[in-house]
Design a protein around this ligand. Sequence first.
Ligand code: NAD
Ligand code: MG
Length: 384
Amino acid sequence: MKKISILGATGSIGIQTLDVIRCYKENFQLIGVTANSSVEKIKEIIDEFKPMYVAMNDESSYYQINNYCTEKKYNTEVFVGMEGLKKVASLKEVDTVVTSVVGMIGLEPTLEAIRAGKDIALANKETLVVAGEIVMKEANKYGVKILPVDSEHNAIFQCLQGNKLEELDKIILTASGGPFRGKNNDFLKKVTVEDALKHPNWSMGKKITIDSSTLMNKGLEVIEAYWLFGCSYDDIEVVIHPQSVIHSMVQYKDGSVIAQLGSPDMRLPIQHALSYPMRLKNIAKKLNFYEMNDLSFEKPDIKTFKCLKLAYEAGRAGKLMPCILNAANEACVDLFLNKKITYLQIPEIIEECMRKFDYLKTVTIESILETDTSVRNYIYGKYN
Ligand code: NAD
Ligand code: MG
């Protein structure tokens, strides 16, 4: 029986993780959950799964959940704020922590979980983008596994099994291309929030849906792959594959390509990360090759979708540049969703910040948090 905490249990990945746990009660037990402020969803989770621990980031939500547990005479302990998130990340009862909060807010709880010896089922890619070196070093030091939940990285992880990293030629990250694949700048100028929130293949949280449409999601995934698999940026290639059936591939020195395929359903990589090294029967729809008309591939258009180019640049520059890229992107996506900036301002402002902020300082948790705050303050000050 694997004992699990979910950080960000009320989001798209969190809810799909609950789906997996619900199906395999004999394999997994839910011990702790966290959320920002989704009180009603957390109440439902408490009623169904009776977790021993809950943390709410938002203070008034914490009081509501605390009262609810008292009224219902549940034995659930409720925590608040970042300290609460860290507590649920490091519970002595837990084996694996699913990190499915959105944004670099996941960094500190993820480190706390690693230092408490928990394996990480990692969905929260922003954490690896801003602090990949620190996170991977700590995971190594504490002997914990980082099991990728992101479908591409989960695919690559599977394709690497039983092979030597030294024999790898390149990693091929597939990307759906998002809702604006094939469009030009004239089209993108007029993109509204509603247009950008319509993803062709996946139903996800708002932030990652916008990131998928700008190709920043793929850019963040390139940096995530760099840290997870330790290959150079030259050896990470992005290929647009609109059907999202091939979740990613690796090519070995001899030219052999190994791919992982499956339905576009996040419960597949979530379940793999939770059950690894075992495989369980999946609840997601299986692929039917007779129903598949076409698998197609294209080069990404990085002239139009500049975010992918900026992410490669940030990754190659290293140090605090990925942190600047990520902070700027998180702020820009938020401002775009609140209709304060246009769609095409997203890459413009990110680039402005990459040129403006000093990235050459030593990378520590403090310098990351400091840089993140400075970039956000600058953007909200100028564009809000
Ligand atoms: P989401 O917006 O649906 O859910 C986010 C979760 O984080 C919620 O439970 C929310 O309560 C919590 N949260 C938000 N802000 C918080 C804060 N300040 N403090 C504490 N908790 C907070 O997001 P999602 O789509 O589930 O994505 C989660 C992560 O997984 C992201 O990093 C995303 O890139 C990654 N991911 C998602 C998918 C997907 O299919 N949704 C696929 C691959 C990777
Ligand atoms: Mg992905």
